[in-house]
Design a protein around this ligand. Structure first.
Ligand SMILES: CCC1=C(C)/C(=C/C2=NC(=C\c3[nH]c(/C=C4\NC(=O)[C@H](C)[C@H]4CC)c(C)c3CCC(=O)O)/C(CCC(=O)O)=C2C)NC1=O
Length: 161
């Protein structure tokens, strides 16, 4: 796993250089947004269950996936879906804190699309639910932190698509 600091340092190290001004600017922005990131993570962790619940209500409830024959039908599969959304929220929050998406590649997206395809989990519907979670989260943390979380929700969606 990488974060905004190690990303910048690794790329300077590969070139055998001190940090140039664009690298230093990246770090400056990251440090300046530190409090925003921590505040957002605190409020997301305190409200995670509500965020998931509202996103499900907005995007999945009473749709075809929850009816007989749908992939969320039966309690076991419904619970698996909620659990997956909870993973996406938690890992997007980690990535937002780190300011870097590498944790998503390593711990979430690796092999996920293949797993979903083999189990018939509908990817388009999952992306809709993640987008709903993005909106609900932005409503909770405000637009600046919401935009930053949005980067990582979108990263998960493009990794799945
Ligand atoms: C931390 C990283 C991580 C991720 C991301 C993860 C995802 C993940 N989701 C799974 C299943 C599943 N995922 C869903 C999800 C959905 N079905 C829908 O219709 C909805 C659109 C959607 C929710 C938004 C469902 C229903 C299953 C169970 C499918 C089945 O067993 O038939 C499975 C198969 C094994 C299992 O059932 O537990 C994995 C590995 N596991 C992990 O360890």
């Amino acid at each position: 796993m990488q974060d905004a600091i190690t990303a910048v340092i690794n790329s300077s190290d590969v070139q055998g250089k001190y940090l140039d001004s664009s690298a230093l600017d990246k770090l400056k922005n990251y440090f300046a947004s530190g409090e925003l990131r921590v505040r957002a993570a605190t409020s997301i962790s305190a409200n995670a269950a509500t965020i998931v619940k509202e996103a499900v209500a907005k995007s999945l409830l009473y749709s075809d996936v929850t009816r007989p024959g749908g992939n969320m039908y039966t309690t076991r599969r419904y619970a698996a879906c909620i659990r997956d959304l909870d993973y996406y929220l938690r890992y997007a929050t980690y990535a937002m804190l780190a300011g870097d998406p590498s944790i998503l590649d390593e711990r979430v997206l690796n092999g996920l699309k293949e797993t979903y395809n083999s189990l018939g989990v509908p990817i388009g519907t999952t992306v809709q639910a993640i987008q709903a979670m993005k909106e609900v989260t932005a409503g909770l943390v405000g637009s600046d932190a919401g935009k930053e979380m949005g980067v990582y929700f979108d990263y998960i969606c493009s990794g799945l698509s």
